[in-house]
Design a protein around this ligand. Structure first.
Ligand SMILES: C[S@@+](CC[C@H](N)C(=O)[O-])C[C@H]1O[C@@H](n2cnc3c(N)ncnc32)[C@H](O)[C@@H]1O
Length: 280
């Protein structure tokens, strides 16, 4: 199938022709109102004037919406660029980093992750999911904390392999861990096969960015109940996509059952939670 790629120039021409069509329709409608009103029925002219007014209202609404998106989009884009500079300046990666945003972590999230790595200097890091975040963690280990160990679980062999192929740090391990069914509080969930990390203990940073939400509604809920016995006192838990209702529900449920302090990072484009775990 042939795909049409829209770039910013296409968008520019599209917007230009949109305004030309808008002006042409307005002109034609005005001319008809004038002619009909002059020679024919006043009622029809009135009806056309109402159509013209409604049409203009819709177009003005669409223009304001476009402007709003552009201004806020630019602000977010600039914010992401700033974060990207910080990431590169901090870790100086030896290979180009793969694209961020979309399925991958956004630059502001990755920058925040780096901030917490620098602040807490974790010795054992576990990630639920893998991707650009794993590459950045491995580069952080190389540059700042060569003693630290890092394990990332990915349920998709393809993505586990892709991430692994981009990592040269021997203390970073990307594990293909297919999803398995777990029963928690009489509910069924699918989560990474825990047998893959049964030897791990005293985790001091847990980063949760998977499994994807289409696996289960509360797909990331099992992370804490399944891993809590492996967490160190004061373990930092970072949960991406905090703006989503599912993630907010997950944190609410965790906070009811476990001793965690909750900090919500509202300034990140996808939102994120940073939690500190204390053993009950
Ligand atoms: C939210 S992504 C993980 C992102 C990761 N933390 C990062 O910063 O790149 C969760 C999972 O989606 C899968 N995934 C990654 N890229 C994908 C893509 N482009 N399309 C579909 N699934 C993808 C992988 O299995 C990954 O573990």
């Amino acid at each position: 199938m042939k795909m049409r790629n829209y770039n910013s120039m296409d968008k520019f021409y599209y917007e230009q022709s949109f305004s030309k069509i808008f002006i042409a329709i307005n002109f034609l409608l005005l001319l008809s109102i004038f002619l009909i009103g002059l020679f024919w029925y006043k009622m029809l002219a009135f009806f056309l004037a109402v159509v013209l007014f409604s049409f203009n209202c819709i177009v003005i609404y669409k223009c304001v919406q476009m402007l709003y998106k552009r201004v806020y989009g630019q602000r977010y884009d600039y914010h992401q660029m700033e974060s990207l500079f910080s990431i590169h300046q901090l870790i100086e990666p030896k290979i180009p980093l793969p694209p961020m945003r979309g399925f991958a972590g956004s630059p502001d999230f990755i920058k925040s992750l780096l901030f917490h790595l620098m602040k807490h200097q974790p010795k054992l890091i576990v990630e639920a999911s893998s991707g650009v975040s794993s590459i950045v963690i491995s580069e952080w280990i190389t540059k700042y904390s060569p003693e630290s160990k890092h394990y990332a679980l990915d349920h998709e062999e393809k993505y586990a392999g892709l991430t692994r192929s981009r990592i040269s740090q021997p203390n970073s391990t990307i594990i293909h861990a297919p999803l398995k069914s777990y029963s928690l509080d009489n509910k069924e969930y699918k989560w990474y096969d825990m047998s893959m990390i049964e030897d791990l203990d005293q985790i001091d940073m847990l980063i949760i960015d998977g499994p994807p939400h289409f696996v289960n509604d509360l797909a990331r809920y099992p992370a804490l109940p399944l891993l809590k016995d492996k967490l160190k006192e004061g373990c930092i838990i970072i949960l991406d996509d905090g703006r989503r209702e599912f993630e907010q529900q997950i944190v609410k449920e965790w906070a009811q059952k476990e001793n965690i302090s909750v900090n919500y990072l509202d300034h990140l484009e996808k939102g994120a939670f940073v939690l500190e775990f204390t053993k009950s």
